[in-house]
Design a protein around this ligand. Sequence first.
Ligand SMILES: Nc1ncnc2c1ncn2[C@@H]1O[C@H](COP(=O)(O)OP(=O)(O)OP(=O)(O)O)[C@@H](O)[C@H]1O
Ligand SMILES: [Mg+2]
Length: 142
Amino acid sequence: MAAATELVSTSPEETEAAGERLGRTLGPGDVVALVGELGAGKTCFIQGLVRGLGVTTRATSPTFVLINQYRGRVPVYHVDAYRTESLAELQDLGLPELFAGDGVTVVEWADKLLPLLPPGTIEVTIAGLGDEPRTITIRRLT
Ligand SMILES: Nc1ncnc2c1ncn2[C@@H]1O[C@H](COP(=O)(O)OP(=O)(O)OP(=O)(O)O)[C@@H](O)[C@H]1O
Ligand SMILES: [Mg+2]
């Protein structure tokens, strides 16, 4: 496993900037898995990430529709697995096809679908809540 990158963010702007830096490096087929508690800053990170992918509309959490799609340098799919009940439901939604496709797929609450994540997935873990600084760890899954 490649070494993890760890950084500390003391503001939503810093978290977005970290997302944007990662977004600039992404390309077709990349999968980014966000893990962190309610209010950790997953959506905040993704707002920067999609900007780094050339998306000009602001990302919002797709809590009810489950998958949002944005147009950037490549198609970007933003999944929020919070309300999903089972892996089967996520499979039926077509996540394996999205992961295998040519877009970039970004998943909030990715710990709910670990078995579905392909090798090479970039896992972003955000720790810290409320006004606390956030520790953001980025590593590639094998
Ligand atoms: N350093 C920080 N980084 C990110 N967010 C921060 C930070 N400090 C405070 N916040 C606040 O924490 C909240 C993070 O919200 P966000 O919606 O991004 O979290 P989330 O992990 O997506 O939550 P949910 O599980 O509800 O989807 C925002 O209100 C933001 O302003
Ligand atoms: Mg969110």
